[in-house]
Write a protein that binds this ligand. Structure first.
Ligand SMILES: Nc1nc2c(c(=O)[nH]1)N[C@H]1C(S)=C(S)[C@@H](COP(=O)(O)O)O[C@H]1N2
Ligand SMILES: [Mo]
Length: 204
């Protein structure tokens, strides 16, 4: 019995230490998967550096009836909204990227994430089947997560967009489509540039 205890304690120690090794340093706000070098958003990537992340379409997949591949053209055919100016603000004090010598964004145009998900039709088995999470993933594996309830039963759903224009012009270097949740307290974290996919997962 005591042998088993000692063994279990040993396993726990190993688990604790391996967990510690994964704790990100505060400077690595967005930890990227090995292959991609982290990008400091205060010094924008050059056009050549970011070119590898630009995709022409986004895929909507997972627990949906219709897997969708959307381009800027397909978004233009949906109901579009134009947002008034606001700053993209980092979680870190003083990291307001709007003051880092960038041109201000006066207007942004896009469609509601909710409308995209309604098109793809989340596979709900019955009316109580509403525990899903939705991950907006970028080409550099940066991601933002939403819950079914905040998109479909909360104001956030009316403020979460997939954008395809800024200041009336198509997006380019930061991907053709960007996801933003405009009513977050700090808008930086759920501002997904180089948007690549929207994945729906049921909570089991
Ligand atoms: N794909 C991707 N999106 C990202 C990031 C990133 O590293 N990769 N950084 C995020 C962070 S930490 C912030 S604060 C905002 C900054 O957006 P901006 O550089 O367009 O102002 O983008 C967010 N979106
Ligand atoms: Mo940030």
């Amino acid at each position: 019995m005591s042998k088993i205890k000692t063994l279990l304690n040993g396993i726990m120690v190993v688990m604790i230490f391996s967990g510690c090794a994964n704790i990100a340093h505060p400077d690595d706000e967005h930890t990227l998967s090995g292959k991609v070098k982290p990008h400091n958003h205060l010094t924008p990537l050059s056009a050549t550096d970011s070119a590898g992340f630009v995709s022409k379409n986004i895929v909507v997949k997972g627990e949906v009836e219709h897997v969708l591949t959307l381009t800027v053209d397909s978004l233009r055919r949906m109901k579009t909204y134009t947002l008034d100016t606001f700053n993209v603000v980092c979680m870190f004090e003083g990291n307001d990227s709007s003051v880092a010598g960038k041109k201000p964004v006066n207007t942004r145009t896009g469609v509601l994430l909710k409308d995209i998900l309604e098109k793809a039709k989340i596979k709900q088995l019955n009316h109580k089947d509403r525990n899903f999470y939705i991950v907006a993933r970028a080409a550099d594996d940066y991601k933002a997560t939403f819950s079914w309830a905040e998109l479909f039963n909360n104001k956030t759903g009316e403020h979460t967009y997939v954008l395809f224009e800024e200041n009336g012009k198509p997006l380019k270097n930061r991907g053709e489509m960007i996801l933003i949740c405009a009513n977050d307290i700090k808008t930086g974290p759920r501002h997904v540039i180089w948007l690549k996919s929207i994945e729906v997962t049921r909570v089991n």
